[in-house]
Structure formats: C-alpha cells, structure tokens
Design a protein. Structure first.
Length: 368
C-alpha cells in the first residue's frame, strides 16, 4: 500500500508530521511526503520516508500554486497512492483537487484552523466556507483540532458518508524539563530577577496582535512588568515605535527568532496570546506544559485550552483594559500563578504527541 502526505512549507521534522507519517508506516504503508522543502533546516536523513518537492505558496491567489497543482497531479499519476492525507489550507485545496482527478481511493484532510471563524471577515465567512464545503465532497475523513471547527464541519457532506473527528492537535512533548538556569536567562535577556515577565512567541504580524499586550502593560501603574517577545515579522519596527511612544520601550524586549524558547519559558511568569485567529496554538500548549498561567484572547483554540479562572484569563482581542487587569492580577498574586500553572500542566497532558499519534493511527485503521 502507498500513502501520500501533503503539507505546505517544511522547516523541521516535528511532531505534527511524525504523528501522521509514523502511524502510516506502522500500518504497512510506503509513505511519500509532498511539500516545499526548500527551507528545511535539518539533515534530510531525519525524514523516514520518500520526499517530493512541490512549490506550494501559502497565498491561495499566488499563481505559482498552479505549478504546484501540476506537480502534484503528475506525481499522483506516476506513483498512484491508496490514501492521501492533506494538511493546511493550500495543501488541502490542491491535494484534494488532485486526489479527485487522480481518483485516489481514500482522502484525509486535517483542518488546522478553518479560515472562516467567529469574528472573521464576510469574505472569509462566505468564500472560504463555501470552498471547504465543496472540497468536503471529495474527503472521506476530516480531522479538526478545536471545538468550533468540529461543530462547523457537522454541516459538511463528506464523500461516502465520511466522518469528522476532533483530535488533540499535532501533539507536543509534554513533561519537558528545562536544564537552563532561569536567573541566567533573565540576565542574558536583561531583566531583573525580581521583575514579572510576560512572554509571547510567534511571528510579529497583525493576527498575533502583540500591540494589545504592549498597550495593556502601558496602562499598568507598576513598572516592574516586562514583556518579552520571541519571533520576527514585518510589524517589529511598528511595535518598537509603539513601545517608545508609550514610554515603556526599556521594558519591551524583542528577542527575534530563537531556538531556545523552551529554555526561556521557566524564566518567565505569565504567557500571553492576544491573537485574532488560532487553530490550536502549539506555543500556548508549550507554555501550559511549562506550568505558566496564561492570558489569552477569547477565540477558538485558545478557549479549548484555557478556561476563564481555570489556568488563566480569556479576553476579547481588542479589550486592552481587560488584558491589563488580568496581567496585573497575576503579577500581584504568586500563589494564583502557581495554581493556574499547575492546572495547565495537568490539562495539556491530553495533547501529548503519543496520544495524538495513537488517535490518528486508529482513524487510519478505520478506513484501511
């Protein structure tokens, strides 16, 4: 038996890929992985299956995706498969269209976050929803990673009376213990040992909404609260200017791209994620596993992981006062931070990589 995994850009062989590839191999499939590997940062030998370069582009309107479509369809005709597992919006679109024309027997699609969601634009709530409904007709199994998407998918008509499943995301390695020294990390970053650190990780873009936390910290009268951001993006300069305008630039630390995020987490006090849109955020799960209390936007994905007053606080992405109040409550109550962190550390165990891998393997078994 032969299976094809379709994803967009790949930089590392991480758990999200392992949880799909390894169960297929354990079930006796010869696996081929089609993706854009041009920015892969590891030794290719870590990938346990055959790979095939496809020039996917994340923008659905990029004309280069036409080439990606022809590349993938050619691959399917040269190397027919029994099962195709598509991921990401572009991989899901091109992969399922190619599977339709190549008459692939079984089609699985993982929706890591539909582009139509509560609070989305009218175009997203109509065009993208129509597109997903249409592609569902060529899908046997649809995997969702949050409750909002799972409920939305109940309106889809899948091929051959297919099923919709809710899984625990891509999976993370829970129980991680850092060997780094928190005080040394604080010294490296340039933050006093006695200060309160609020932390975010991810690309600095409009969706991540980091400006909300910067504005919130500016409203708090305490001057011992720092905000540390890991990640790069086109909004960095704008965020730096905002920090300077608000007079708190010395307490906003931009660390850029880091490979040691897991070692930084034990040195911080509060995790923040004020995004407008998420599927099931890995960085939030990693913060929970590190035993951190969390202040996050009240959106899908975030609300699957954090409940109000149980592990943290949920606020509207535009509620600056609400973010400020939540941060101040946690900053002034060490015991509350500890208890919320313990709740999160226990809850995130269900999202362990081994659990997700077992879930996906059982789903594969159901369609063999």
């Amino acid at each position: 038996m032969r299976a094809l995994l379709v994803t967009n850009r790949v930089k590392r062989y991480v758990n999200g890929f392992k949880s799909m590839i390894e169960p297929l191999m354990e079930l006796g499939y010869e696996v081929v992985w089609a993706a854009d590997f041009t920015q892969f940062k590891e030794d290719m030998s870590v990938i346990p299956c055959k790979i095939h370069q496809i020039n996917f582009r994340s923008n659905p309107f990029n004309p280069n995706n036409i080439k990606a479509y022809t590349q993938l369809l050619k691959l399917l005709r040269q190397e027919p498969v029994d099962l195709i597992h598509c991921n990401t919006p572009i991989g899901g679109l091109i992969g399922r269209l190619c599977a339709k024309h190549a008459k692939v027997n079984k089609v699985v699609y993982t929706a890591h976050g539909f582009h139509f969601y509560k609070g989305a634009s009218f175009i997203s709530r109509t065009l993208f929803k129509w597109g997903e409904k249409y592609l569902a007709h060529y899908t046997d199994i649809l995997l969702t990673v949050n409750h909002e998407d799972y409920e939305a998918a109940q309106d889809f008509k899948l091929r051959n009376d297919g099923k919709v499943f809710l899984i625990h995301g891509a999976g993370i390695d829970t129980g991680f213990i850092s060997t780094s020294n928190p005080e040394e990390k604080r010294k490296e970053i340039g933050i006093p040992t006695s200060a309160i650190i609020v932390f975010s990780a991810g690309e600095l873009n409009k969706n991540k909404n980091n400006q909300a936390i910067i504005k919130a910290i500016a409203k708090i009268k305490r001057h011992d609260i720092y905000y540390v951001l890991c990640g790069e993006g086109k909004l960095r300069k704008k965020l730096e200017k905002l920090s300077s305008y608000l007079g708190i630039s010395e307490r906003i630390k931009f660390l850029g791209f880091r490979t040691d995020v897991l070692d930084i987490l034990p040195a911080v006090d509060i995790f923040a994620m004020p995004s407008f849109r998420e599927g099931l955020p890995r960085s939030l799960m990693e913060a929970m596993d590190a035993g951190l209390p969390c202040v996050v936007s009240n959106i899908r994905g975030n609300s699957d992981l954090i409940k109000e007053g149980k592990g943290g606080f949920l606020r509207s992405p535009t509620d600056i006062i609400g973010f400020a109040e939540a941060i101040e409550i946690l900053a002034t109550n060490k015991e509350l931070r500890r208890s919320y962190g313990a709740i999160n550390k226990e809850k995130v165990k269900a999202f362990n990589f081994k659990n997700v891998k077992a879930e996906i393997k059982e789903i594969y078994k159901s369609i063999v």
